[in-house]
Design a protein around this ligand. Structure first.
Ligand code: ATP
Length: 701
């Protein structure tokens, strides 16, 4: 039986099919593969996980209580739930008092009116109070849930944002993140909170009702006996539903075929073949034939794994007896009342009250049981929510502050690679092999070489996106692994080859180059200017506030017939996306070069615009790859002029513009530095660099 079959099978048809009940706890011993997909079987394991996961629930509850401005709401909610849980017991108490009063009235033939009024008022007051409490709860609930959602949204954001590159790339971590259902994380927390409240209210209700009942029944003749009998009968009736899961399958070929045909015509993915293959007529005829053959035969479902049904006969016997025995309590009280005929009306009223309460308590206990099944799943989700915030990063943070002298950093940072070898996680081949070079503070270095030779990797290792497998990287003579990651990355500005533009406005995209001054319009304007993007931005409909990619899709429901305006503008369905000033559309159609300029502006925001910059090392990975020659020339001249004394490291495929001014050129091939030196030295060396230089120069002759 396939999973889908078992899922689509409607349990409501259970009486029409031959089925078997399977003890939940029997399944746990050894779940056979064919039972794994049966609803209930996998839940068994979940239920058993509950104990391990409860501490995580406790943590979430503690976190909810500690959310800012939530404590009062939490307190009020808990109090209201407790009181609401107590109301049925209070009403029961008043009903018991009423019964006692009737009993006294029957035996003394006088009515205690004052007491009757007190009871009536008390009964009414609790009912009114319950209504008011519910009203208060409805007011508080959305507010509290909103705050919980916001809090856990942030929790998830933080948990994901803090992960470094190798950790995020790890398939195990990716699986863990997927399992944690980040988009639903806040839903999980709210739902867990609501479930806890439910359990609190339900257990208060059950415990208080049982307590009051026991007190009242002491005063009733044979009350305890009646209650016990009714309670046992109620539970016997429910026993089958409580302790069993069941499954059924079919081997009827016609039934199976018909389900297959139905799928074929219903599922759009088969439509192409259905139409192209002219299958409609044939399928209709086949469906008809199978339906005729199947006829009225509804008993086509068969038992599944009766081997897992050792207690079946016992339970079936008990549940079979439950119905005829349902009237047992009434027979028993009639038997007892025969000795005291005058007490019959009161005893019958008591019986009714007891029956009602027991039904109420039984229902509540069933609800607790059913809720607890879903709760097990929720607890596992909560644990996943907690676990993702504990995923350890692979790049271990250093402890030493950097730089020692923030003023000195402006005059550049010295960089050294010492026998660095590196393989990307999961890759067998080296991206860098035994790379060594030294760059003094304030020098300009250009890395050139063939595709895949390791240029970008050098830049990635300097900012510790990854750590080398062998060797060390030193900044100002200090191993970067000992430095605080935050300080290290603050001292370096990097523009990657595969940069991304965020789904934010251009202004934010550039501003985020320097998070500390992300809202400083003047700096942003200057960075924009230096990046050569001002003209492009000016042409955009919303200027610097334009979103290149809108992070939210605008939704348009069906407008009611006769709607002529929306957001104050005339409705024109073809241009609806510009209504209500929503002119930022998904794709502004910027060219690769224009987008690269925005990325460059972001880098400038951090490194050269700010007077008090802490950046001492600038890294550019093929920054002019998409730029036209004029823009490239402009960019490099600006960079040379603006960098001051800062150390600069480029990776590039272009010779000339930069290499001629470089203090150090590294020529790389196949993960190793093949040649190094200045432009003039490398040309006289007549090696690979000289050959490629000639090759590029030739095209311009
Ligand atoms: N994330 C990664 N995972 C695995 N291997 C990678 C990864 N990134 C790069 N590599 C491999 O590492 C080697 C060096 O790549 P790198 O990007 O440093 O080369 P490059 O010199 O910058 O190339 P190009 O000039 O084409 O940009 C290549 O063989 C590449 O396939």
């Amino acid at each position: 039986m396939s999973a889908s079959q078992s899922n689509t099978f409607n349990p409501e048809n259970r009486s029409r099919v031959k089925h078997t009940k399977i003890g939940v706890w029997d399944l746990y011993e050894d779940i056979p593969p064919q039972l794994e997909h049966i609803p209930g079987a996998s839940q068994v394991e979940k239920i058993l996980e509950v104990r391990q996961n409860v501490p995580y629930l406790w943590r979430v509850m503690k976190e909810i209580v500690s959310i800012e401005n939530c404590r009062l709401l939490v307190l009020a909610t808990v109090l209201l739930q407790l009181l609401i849980g107590l109301v049925p017991a209070m009403l029961l108490w008043y009903s018991g008092q009423m019964l006692g009063l009737i009993q006294r009235t029957v035996s003394t033939c006088t009515v205690d009116k004052a007491f009757l009024i007190c009871i009536a008022i008390g009964h009414l007051a609790w009912k009114v109070a319950r209504r008011i409490m519910y009203l208060c709860l409805f007011q508080i609930r959305p507010l509290l849930e909103q705050r919980i959602r916001q809090h856990f949204d942030q929790h998830l954001f933080r948990a994901r944002a803090r992960l470094d590159l190798p950790t995020s790339e790890d398939p195990a971590v990716q699986h863990q993140l997927k399992n944690a259902m980040p988009s639903n994380g806040q839903r999980v927390a709210v739902s867990a909170w609501n479930n806890c409240l439910f359990l609190l209210r339900a257990t208060t209700k059950v415990a208080s009702q049982i307590g009051i009942h026991v007190r009242l029944l002491h005063e009733q003749p044979n009350g305890m006996l009646l209650a016990t009998l009714i309670f046992v009968m109620a539970w016997i009736d429910q026993a089958g539903a409580f302790y069993h899961v069941w499954a059924a399958t079919t081997k009827n070929k016609d039934y199976l075929r018909m389900q297959g045909y139905k799928k074929l015509v219903e599922d759009f993915q088969y439509r192409k073949e259905l139409v192209a293959g002219n299958l409609a007529e044939t399928l209709t005829s086949w469906f008809k034939t199978s339906a005729r053959r199947l006829g009225d035969n509804e008993g086509h479902f068969h038992e599944l794994c009766p081997i897992f049904n050792p207690k079946r006969s016992k339970w079936e016997l008990v549940t079979m007896l439950a119905e005829p025995l349902g009237d047992l309590p009434k027979i028993v009280i009639t038997w007892f009342a025969a000795d005291h005929p005058s007490s019959i009306p009161v005893t019958v009223a008591s019986l009714h009250l007891i029956e009602q309460t027991v039904a109420d308590v039984t229902y509540e206990l069933q609800q607790i049981y059913l809720e607890s099944k879903g709760f097990a799943r929720e607890l596992a989700d909560i644990r996943a929510l907690h676990d993702i915030s504990q995923i350890p990063n692979k790049i271990i943070d250093g402890s030493e502050p950097f730089p020692e002298d923030t003023q000195k950093v402006k005059s550049g940072i010295a960089l050294e690679f010492r026998n660095v070898s590196f393989r990307y996680p999961g890759s067998g081949s080296y991206a860098l092999r035994n790379v060594s070079f030294k760059l003094l503070a304030g020098q300009l270095c250009v890395i050139v070489g063939s595709n895949g030779s390791g240029k970008s990797t050098i830049l990635k290792l300097i900012v510790r996106l990854y750590d080398p497998e062998e060797g060390a990287i030193l900044l100002d003579g200090r191993d970067i692994r000992t430095l605080k990651l935050h300080d290290l990355r603050q001292a370096i500005s990097v523009l990657f080859q595969d940069y991304t533009l965020f789904p934010l406005s251009i202004c934010d995209n550039i501003g985020l180059g320097d998070p500390q001054h992300a809202g400083d319009d003047e700096r942003i304007a200057r960075a924009t200017e230096l990046g050569g993007t001002s003209e492009v931005i000016a042409r955009l409909p919303e200027g610097i506030d334009t979103y290149l990619t809108r992070p939210v899709k605008d939704l348009y429901g069906d407008l009611p017939a006769g709607t002529h305006t929306i957001f104050g503008r005339r409705v024109d369905y073809s241009s609806l996306c510009t209504a209500g000033d929503m002119s930022s559309v998904a794709n502004m159609g910027l060219s690769g070069g224009q987008m690269q300029r925005i990325a460059v502006a972001r880098t400038f925001m951090r490194s050269v615009v700010s007077e008090e910059t802490k950046v001492g090392l600038l890294l550019f990975d093929k920054p002019s790859a998409s730029l036209d020659p004029a823009a490239e020339h402009d960019l490099f001249s600006r960079l040379r002029k603006l960098r001051g004394d800062k150390t600069m490291l480029f990776s590039s495929h272009r010779f000339g513009n930069l290499t001629r001014h470089a203090d150090l050129i590294l020529y790389m091939n196949d993960s190793v530095v093949v040649e190094s030196g200045t432009h003039d030295r490398l040309l006289t060396g007549n090696g690979e660099y000289a050959r490629l230089w000639e090759l590029q120069a030739e095209t311009f002759r």
